[in-house]
Design a protein around this ligand. Structure first.
Ligand code: ASP
Length: 435
């Protein structure tokens, strides 16, 4: 059976079993001793351990993969004059798509009005954690100690170091050529590690989802149905329509193929709710299945995982209007523009881990003059939306990587158009993965 199908079955089985366990726990149907065994041994035992090991193993590969992939990419660019334009183009696309995403979200929320019939009952409080000031975010991009940057997983710092290192390799003559060969070999080996881990994904995905759904109250959706489905609708529309139009418009390539190849990546994003943890799989897919050369993908994918968060911006756009409607505040035109600007910039400072979108939402609400306590209203369904928006975030990274790759002549169209790319046993790369 193909990997995609095995992961899909694991997802459905995990969600079903988790929901069943949740139901059982809430109905009190099982004797206390049985319930205790289910909770302690299964949910907080096996599922928790397997899920955490799975996420840890994914994260394990992030730093080595980004480092070697980007060093290979930037050293092979040779003509370093291309680096600047690639960086500027990528950044513009990332910011523009995020601005489109949040505008779409605002429009949908204003038209649908998810918060107009919600009564403010009870006492809502939310303790906002401080979001980092933008200046610090900018200065923090430049590393003073590469080892520390890697130890702390500071992605932007690693990107800067790797770019510089790769650039130096391509200008260091014979020594540089020897080192480039070493990094190319290392990259092939780390990619192999990603492949091994991907083949174990069904177990990890199953454990993560079973545990999550057994502890999560799905009933919260009923109370927040209008908000939940508005965010969901915009997320789906952005992922399927906006990205497809952009891809078709800028490259002429088939969006259907891209979406089909992204399916396994979505499963990782959905179950981990972290574009950071999903990064190894996104990078492998973009390079090996979508055909973007790693001189572009090695830069665009890690950068995208760190700063491009369209899904998160969509949640923030809908949440802002929802909270304004619940509190009966009329947002002015300038408030909407402020929300678009803040949400777009805040996505740069949003770490690629679960739930951070809520923290930067505080920043957006403050700028729009809305009560930050309103976040407490939507917290109940945030984890579920986080899973979906993370899938949208990684789709954006992949789409822009293909567009930039194509415009730089760094895209192998034959690979992109081959539905079986990365499946045919590629010589010494070992037995193939079947997607
Ligand atoms: N979980 C999201 C991500 O990693 C960030 C967020 O929206 O909280 O992409």
């Amino acid at each position: 059976m193909s990997l995609t199908n095995r992961i899909l079955i694991a997802m459905v089985a995990g969600i079903a079993l988790g929901s069943l366990l949740n139901l059982l726990a809430h109905s009190g149907a099982a004797p206390e001793s049985v319930q205790a065994v289910l909770d302690d041994v299964l949910v907080d035992g096996v599922f928790d351990v397997v899920g955490r090991i799975f996420v840890a193993s994914l994260k394990l590969l992030v730093v080595p993969l980004v480092l070697v992939s980007l060093i290979c990419g930037s050293s092979s660019l040779g003509d370093s004059a291309r680096m600047g334009p690639i960086a500027v183009k990528t950044l513009c696309f990332y910011l523009a798509t995020t601005a489109i995403a949040v505008s779409l979200a605002l429009l949908a929320a204003v038209v649908i009005g998810p918060g107009s019939h919600v009564e403010l009952g009870g006492d809502y409080t939310y303790e906002a954690s401080a979001a980092p000031p933008l200046v610090d975010v900018l200065v923090d991009i430049f590393p003073s100690n590469p080892v520390q940057a890697m130890a702390e997983g500071k992605m932007l710092q690693i990107i800067v170091f790797a770019l510089l290192f790769g650039y130096a390799i391509s200008h260091a003559g014979e020594a540089g050529r020897r080192l480039a060969g070493f990094f190319r070999d290392t990259e092939a080996v780390v990619m192999k590690m990603v492949e091994i881990l991907m083949s174990l994904a069904p177990y990890g995905v199953f454990a993560l989802l079973a545990r999550l759904f057994s502890t999560m109250g799905i009933s919260a959706i009923a109370d927040l149905a209008a908000y939940f489905f508005t965010v969901l609708a915009v997320l789906v529309c952005h992922a399927l329509l906006v990205y497809s139009l952009l891809l078709k418009g800028f490259t002429g390539l088939s969006p259907r193929l891209l979406l089909a190849k992204m399916r396994p990546v979505w499963a990782f994003a959905f179950s981990t709710a972290s574009s950071g943890a999903t990064l190894p799989v996104t990078l492998r897919t973009v390079e090996r299945r979508l055909g973007v050369h790693n001189s572009v993908a090695g830069f665009t994918v890690p950068l995208g995982a760190t700063i491009n968060m369209d899904g998160t911006a969509i949640m923030q756009g809908v949440a802002t209007v929802f909270i304004a409607q619940v509190y009966g505040v009329d947002l002015s035109m300038s408030a909407y523009i402020t929300v678009i600007l803040t949400a777009t910039l805040a996505s740069i400072g949003t770490a690629a881990v679960p739930g951070v979108g809520l923290i930067t939402l505080a920043l957006v609400l403050e700028q729009a003059g809305l009560p930050v306590a309103g976040i407490a209203l939507i917290i109940g369904v945030d984890r579920l939306l986080d899973m979906v928006r993370t899938a949208v975030n990684v789709t954006g990274d992949a789409t822009i990587s293909v567009i930039v790759g194509r415009s730089e002549g760094q895209l192998e169209v034959a690979v992109f158009e081959d539905p079986r790319a990365d499946q045919a046993g590629e010589g010494d790369r070992g037995p193939p993965l079947r997607y």
